[in-house]
Design a protein around this ligand. Structure first.
Ligand code: GLU
Length: 273
């Protein structure tokens, strides 16, 4: 079987060693390795970081195949996917502020706070009135209805076997909002299908989100790839590497004279793993 993987960073900061590990995992498994910039969230993404990602991957020697998929250049495609979900009666506008939502109960790991469903119960008249008054709104997925429509769902996690997908605990996830016209969940399933990704290889921090992705694949009639969530690299104190840890960025390592070969050798020998 031809294995197609991808590395899909969001240009919200510089790549660190954890990203390099993810990209290396995806590259070494692949016959075809795609690069995608998940830059839809204009409040957090910066073109300078996108350029830096490309430069850092080249420096590391992890070459990708074909064109880079830049999500912000394809908004109409995500819009069409939203329309399909709307056509199935699964979207509703939500006028709640982030502060109101933050007061809702705690979220499952990796998800945003579970939304209590307040705006799901608004009448059509109330929705129309708020929209015509110019109120900002997000589009949410009616999760209970979506799960009913999709029926039983499962995905294959390489190290674990078949897993039943249970998206219900995520609640009515946001699929679009004013400053982010299509959410990560929507764009990632759209693009994984578009780019022919057979194996999604990414960090285990995204394992839980897979439940939502598999649901959206079913609703949009897209194939579900094989998933392989790898462990996350940790620093000497056992903390997860994150964008705030300047010391671990590839740029800072490069400035300190670290050779790309030395980084990849660590991965190959499982030292940094
Ligand atoms: N863009 C996501 C991130 O940078 C990763 C998406 C994915 O691998 O599914 O965290």
């Amino acid at each position: 079987m031809n294995i197609t993987t991808r590395f899909a960073p969001s240009p919200t900061g510089y790549l660190h060693l954890g990203h390099a590990f993810s990209a290396w995992n995806a590259r070494t498994r692949a016959d075809v390795f795609q690069l995608r910039l998940e830059d839809i969230d204009s409040t957090r993404c910066r073109p300078a970081f996108a350029a830096a990602i490309i430069e850092d991957l080249r420096w590391l020697g992890l070459a990708w195949d074909g064109e880079i998929r830049v999500q912000s250049a394809h908004l109409s495609e995500y819009q069409a996917a939203l329309e399909r979900l709307r056509g199935r009666g699964l979207l509703y506008p939500c006028f709640c502020s982030r502060a109101e939502i933050a007061r809702a109960q705690a979220a499952p790991h990796g998800a945003e706070a579970v939304y209590p469903g307040t705006c799901r119960h608004l009448s059509e008249a109330a929705r129309a009135e708020r929209m015509s008054a110019g109120a900002a709104y997000a589009l949410r997925l009616d999760m209970a209805a979506a799960v009913r429509q999709a029926g039983e769902l499962r995905f294959f996690e390489e190290s674990k076997g078949w897993i039943e997908a249970r998206p219900l605990p995520f609640g009515d996830v946001v699929l679009a909002r004013k400053d982010t016209p299509a959410s990560y969940h929507l764009c990632v399933v759209h693009d994984d299908a578009l780019q022919g990704i057979s194996h999604v290889i990414r960090g285990e921090d995204l394992f839980e989100a897979t439940h939502v992705h598999v649901l959206l694949q079913a609703l949009l009639e897209l194939p579900t790839p094989v998933y392989a969530h790898h462990r996350l690299l940790r620093d000497a104190q056992g903390r997860r590497l994150a964008k705030r840890d300047f010391a671990a960025t590839l740029r800072s390592m490069r400035a300190a004279g670290v050779q790309p070969r030395a980084i990849l050798r660590q991965f190959e020998e499982g030292i940094a793993a």
